[in-house]
Design a binder for this molecule. Structure first.
Ligand SMILES: [Fe+2]
Ligand SMILES: [Fe+2]
Length: 268
């Protein structure tokens, strides 16, 4: 089977329940990196690699557009299940209706995973965080387009409609293989001091994964154009997050993002 992945895209392969299964990848084009047993490995065109007896999921990142051949001795692995396909279609649908959030979920996922790695989260947490980030705004499919794209200030009623998207999102994943992500999704707008929604949770009542998405989501929202304003600079968004660190956002998460942005040359 020949597959293509776009630059910056991440994906996972999971351990099989059948130890006999062998999976084989042959890179046709592009550069892909992954980490295995704490080591960073870079694969380029004509590199091949095979896995069997995986104990932990492996997380890959496409550095460029990548084409690869994928051979598997039996279809026991699922890189992405059918569920995530239909859920992703819903996100694409939601993002299409709102041109300002195009690719938002994907960028949120990228920063969330980078932050999580700085904070040494486990491979499993990383995987959940990645999918929860991709799905965090899926509840917005139920928000009418006029409200999503309104250029002016929202009325209280309109804001109430927006505020339903975390619970709607949690509900939408309930009948899928991603139901274990529902508490992360429902909590992504909760804030440390209880000023968030929908439940007004505080501090330790909020999951670490949801706190990471909150920071990554806020940063991305501020650095992109919106119907009612132009994008802020990365530096401005970071200063704002730092001002609210310990009040709304978890300080160690904000610091981790700052470190990443500095390493990427996006802030001073
Ligand atoms: Fe959201
Ligand atoms: Fe978001």
């Amino acid at each position: 089977m020949q597959q293509t992945i776009m630059p910056g895209k991440m994906f996972y392969i999971y351990p099989s329940t059948n130890p006999e299964v062998i999976e084989f990848f042959y890179i046709l084009k592009g550069v892909i990196r992954y980490e295995h047993e704490g080591k960073e490995i870079v694969l380029k065109a004509q590199d091949a690699f095979s896995v069997n007896g995986l104990k932990e999921p492996i997380y890959f990142e496409a550095k460029t557009e990548v084409e690869y051949l994928w051979v598997i001795t039996e279809p026991a692995f699922h890189i992405v299940s059918d569920d995530i396909h239909s859920l992703r279609d819903m996100i694409a649908e939601a993002e299409k209706r709102d041109p300002f959030t195009f690719k938002h979920s994907e960028r949120v996922a990228q920063y969330a995973v980078k932050i999580a790695k700085k904070l040494n989260l486990s491979q499993n947490q990383l995987k959940d965080l990645y999918f929860a980030s991709e799905l965090h705004d899926i509840g917005k499919v139920r928000v009418p387009e006029e409200v999503l794209n309104k250029p002016g200030k929202l009325t209280n009623e309109e804001f109430d409609v927006i505020k339903k998207h975390p619970s709607d999102g949690a509900e939408l994943v309930q009948n899928t293989g991603y139901r274990h992500l529902e508490s992360i999704i429902i909590q992504h707008h909760e804030r440390l001091n209880g000023s968030g929604y929908p439940c007004g949770l505080k501090e330790e009542e909020i999951l670490l994964e949801a706190k990471i998405i909150a920071v990554s989501d806020t940063f991305d929202a501020m650095t992109e154009d919106r119907a009612y304003r132009k994008a802020f600079t990365a530096q401005y968004a970071m200063d704002e997050l730092k001002r609210l660190a310990g009040i709304q956002y978890d300080e160690k998460i904000v610091n981790a993002l700052e470190e990443i942005l500095r390493e990427e040359g996006k802030i001073e």
